[in-house]
Design a protein around this ligand. Structure first.
Ligand code: ADP
Length: 872
């Protein structure tokens, strides 16, 4: 180590402070990486690995990238989950004595990155923190690029961290900071940490010091609290937010809170991660892309903020009837007024990503282009207002500042095609500032000004051949032939004598020269100052701009719903208080878009008469599609969207659970059957009578008897314990008999046209059960060899003729029969009898006792328990 060069010493110093990051060390025009960092970067970015002192016995591995291209390289590393510490030269290398001074000016991490190569305009990128207080685990998260932050809490008393885990997965943060106290929690480690590791979500322990003294934090939070409703200043939410803030401060990332929302997970329709995945809401199961998802089908937004909000709506459907109806009424207004809808979308498409721009503004790094983008976005306000007024939706902009003055101010101040840099001038328009205009005139008119001065001196003297000239050494001067030297006026000051000419200056020429030479610098610094003043004036209006930004994205999403509703012929759902779900001619929004011949189907649920539907029919008949479309329609309705159906009348559901599709989690060491059973167990545990359950082929992953028994028991459990609307698709025909046990269980099947050897799927769901599964027909369609199919046919007819019933119902006794033996039905377990001691306490009137009597009573009870134990 002692023989280390100064540069390497510097490297090790910084590396010691940022051991978890790759150090990008600025060396002239390159960023260099050394040692392990160099190996990592070379491997991950496919760049050449060299070494620093090749001839020494221990050469130092080194890799480098040109400084101007660092963003692309950094973006790739961040996307792979690495952190980068940017170590810059902080003094001019030409002026440096010895080794140039360097400092880590920023740490870029997956959760704090603002590089455009990493950020997806239509997705949020969240940095998240988890804080453990006495009563709660607080989850807070911020999108550093937009300044939108959210906070929610989970009770830490229960040992069930499922809701927290689910919320983390819904938020899908890029990086999580975990309060040290929480990290040491065994259940947390088991339930959450394991999961984060499985899902490769970056997290780190955060040693949180409760330092209310961080003044910047309080500046930050006071803005946030000011902006938010429902956040109490003594809240433990502040601690979770402080973790975010301290981390950003440590990374030297500036972010301001543009908005802070405090919410409770119970205030929305909860979608668990299985359902989000199984229904392919944001990501397709097979390609992992957004193609074929509900998001891609519904996304007709025209702004990036609109697309982000749509994703938010998909993952967080509403449960408040009034809020849902508010969205419907706006979508309705758009649907009924196509011209206005079209005009609104046209206007919104001129809107830039205001949230990201506002964040740059708050961080003082908005440039001329950004202010122009803000102006262009706000420019649409008058048209948006008039369209809303035509639609009788003026209340949406009630008390909004129209910001006309601000728009005209920016318009009068900035050049439309403003440059990136704000220090080099070329930003401010003529007519905005008198002094700037004078300086520009000076620069534009310099030839004329010099000519005028020359003329004035000629006119006031006899020096008719006098000329103003310029050279680098003397600047501007007046030149006359030597012969006329005696005629020069008094105010001429001699500068230089040459063989034939004399050169002079005058106080007026001197002044003009100084002005001309400094005008360029003055223009740049004056423009910079004017720009900063302008930026401050825009900043003053930030809350009004934010209101408009939120409204624009809201209108964009609802306009997108309306556009889809018109093109897809969707209907406005009716949200009712009755316990029903009635859909006429319902369609699957995604599948419908891929085919010209989608067959619509009805759904009828009524808590009083039809609660569980068992759907049988051949594979490929359309069962899964039917199940999924029910969930999609309910979800869309609660998002505030119209739905693909002719009629939809429904109550508000609290959760949707799905167990559909084969989603192996082999990576997590689970077999298909294990996944199927865990997902089913999960939904049975969490569903309420206000939930919707979709189960597709439960039990098919195991032997027939196991599977059939499990499937049967699941249906019984649902009807007896949960009493929630359920769709149950199965190929176990035996299950259809269960409908005779309870009249709220109904059988449906997919209709099939059958000829001798062929079947035609009609995709129509009809009342009644299917009488066979057509497995061999489907195998024929799939191209199995003829001889094999004939053999299968003959085995099947033998089996059918043996008429062995595995499970069935004795029609007389209405009892379950298994292989002909009757067995009792599942019954809701009667509540356990209370312990006698508890019973005793319950019946005692403590108000009539003195404290001493109560104490004696307590001793007696204890003695009774002791005796009881002895007896056992
Ligand atoms: P199952 O679950 O019964 O095996 P699926 O729901 O997977 O059947 O549907 C099989 C195929 O039939 C899918 O490719 C789907 O596109 C098509 N399909 C399903 N339902 C319909 C429908 N209602 N109208 C038109 N095509 C449908």
């Amino acid at each position: 180590m002692s023989s280390e060069t100064p540069l390497m010493k510097q490297f090790h110093e910084f590396k010691a402070q940022h051991s978890d990051a790759i150090l990008f060390m600025r060396c002239g025009d390159f960023y260099e990486m050394f040692h392990e960092d160099a190996k990592t970067v070379s491997r991950e970015l496919q760049i050449v690995l060299t070494s620093r002192n090749k001839n020494s016995p221990n050469p130092i591995p080194m890799a480098g990238i040109p400084h101007h291209a660092y963003e692309d390289y950094a973006a790739k590393l961040i996307s792979k989950g690495y952190k980068i510490a940017m170590c810059e030269q902080v003094e001019d290398p030409k002026l440096a004595k010895g080794l140039v001074k360097r400092a880590v000016t920023q740490v870029i991490t997956p959760g704090t990155v603002t590089l455009s190569g990493v950020l997806n305009p239509s997705s949020h990128n969240y940095l998240c923190s988890l804080y453990l207080s006495k009563e709660n685990i607080v989850l807070s998260y911020i999108d550093v690029s937009t300044g939108q932050a959210k906070v929610t809490r989970f009770c830490n008393q229960s040992n069930d961290l499922t809701s927290l885990k689910e919320e983390i997965l819904r938020v899908a943060p890029s990086e999580i900071l975990i309060h040290k106290k929480l990290m040491d929690h065994a259940i947390f480690q088991e339930e959450i940490l394991k999961y984060l590791m499985e899902k490769s979500i970056a997290f780190q322990k955060w040693e949180h010091r409760i330092s209310k003294t961080t003044p910047l934090f309080f500046e930050w939070i006071s803005k946030a609290v000011f902006n938010s409703s429902g956040l109490n200043k003594n809240d433990d939410s502040l601690m979770a937010l402080e973790i975010l803030f301290s981390y950003m401060e440590k990374c030297n990332i500036q972010s301001e809170v543009v908005s802070l929302t405090h919410y409770q997970t119970e205030q929305k329709l909860l979608l668990d991660p299985n359902t989000i995945r199984n229904l392919e809401l944001l990501q397709s199961l097979y390609s992992q892309s957004k193609d074929g998802t509900l998001f891609s089908t519904l996304d007709k937004t025209v702004t990036a903020a609109g697309a982000r909000l749509l994703k938010d709506y998909i993952l967080n459907p509403l449960i408040d009837k009034d809020e849902i109806e508010t969205r419907y009424s706006i979508v309705d207004a758009f649907v009924e007024n196509f011209t206005q809808l079209h005009a609104m979308r046209d206007e919104l498409s001129n809107c830039y990503d205001l949230f990201r721009l506002l964040n740059r503004l708050l961080n003082q790094n908005a440039n001329g282009k950004d202010l122009i983008a803000i102006k262009r976005s706000l420019h649409i306000i008058p048209v948006v207002k008039s369209i809303l007024s035509e639609l009788n939706l003026d209340h949406l902009v009630q008390n909004f500042d129209s910001l006309e003055e601000l728009v005209s101010l920016i318009q009068s101040a900035l050049i439309e095609d403003a440059p990136q840099k704000i220090t080099d001038g070329g930003l401010i328009l003529g007519g905005y500032d008198q002094e700037l205009d004078r300086l520009h005139r000076l620069l534009n008119d310099q030839d004329q000004l010099l000519a005028d001065l020359e003329q004035r001196e000629k006119d006031s003297s006899t020096l008719k051949t006098l000329r103003i000239k310029y050279n680098r050494v003397f600047g501007y001067y007046l030149e006359i032939p030597k012969s006329q030297a005696a005629e020069v006026p008094d105010h001429f000051v001699r500068r230089q004598t040459l063989t034939n000419v004399e050169r002079y200056t005058t106080p007026e020429l001197k002044l003009l020269e100084t002005e001309l030479l400094s005008a360029k610098d003055k223009v740049c610094s004056l423009e910079y100052k004017l720009f900063q003043d302008l930026r401050d004036q825009v900043l003053q209006k930030i809350s009004s701009i934010k209101q408009w930004a939120q409204l624009f994205s809201y209108l964009d999403v609802l306009g997108s719903f309306a556009t889809k509703a018109i093109h897809g012929q969707y209907c406005r759902p009716q949200i009712v208080n009755d316990d029903v779900l009635v859909i006429e001619n319902g369609r699957h929004p995604v599948v419908e878009d891929t085919t010209d011949s989608f067959i619509a189907n009805d759904h009828y649920f009524n808590a009083g008469s039809e609660l569980v539907h068992i759907i049988t029919g051949p594979n490929m008949g359309g069962k899964s599609t039917y199940l999924r479309q029910t969930a999609m329609i309910v979800l869309m309705a609660q998002m505030g969207s119209f739905v693909p159906a002719d009629l939809c009348k429904m109550k508000v559901f609290d959760r949707i659970f799905t167990r559909v599709g084969a989603s192996d989690d082999l990576g997590a060491g689970k077999s298909t059957f294990m996944v199927e059973m865990s997902e089913t167990a999960y939904l049975l545990k969490h569903a309420t009578n206000q939930s919707l359950i979709l189960l597709d082929e439960i039990g098919r992953g195991t032997a027939t008897f196991d599977g059939l028994s499990l499937a049967w028991s699941v249906i019984e459990y649902i009807i007896v314990e949960l009493q929630c609307m359920t769709l149950f698709a199965t190929h176990y025909h035996e299950l259809t008999q269960i409908s005779q046990l309870n009249n709220k269980i109904k059988n449906y099947s997919v209709s099939v046209l059958e000829s001798k050897r062929e079947i035609l799927f009609q995709h129509k769901i009809v009342r009644g059960s299917a009488n066979r599964s057509y497995g061999i027909h489907v195998a024929r369609l799939a191209g199995m060899p003829d001889s094999l199919l004939e053999r299968a046919d003959s085995i099947l007819s033998d089996l059918e003729s043996s008429k062995q019933t595995v499970i069935g119902l004795d029609t007389k006794s209405k009892r379950l029969c298994i292989h002909g033996i009757q067995t009792p039905l599942f019954e809701k377990p009667s509540p356990k009898a209370k312990h006698p001691i508890l019973e005793k306490i319950d019946q005692t009137d403590f108000n009539s006792m003195t404290p001493i009597e109560a104490l004696h009573y307590l001793y007696d009870l204890k003695e009774e328990i002791r005796q009881d134990k002895k007896g056992k």
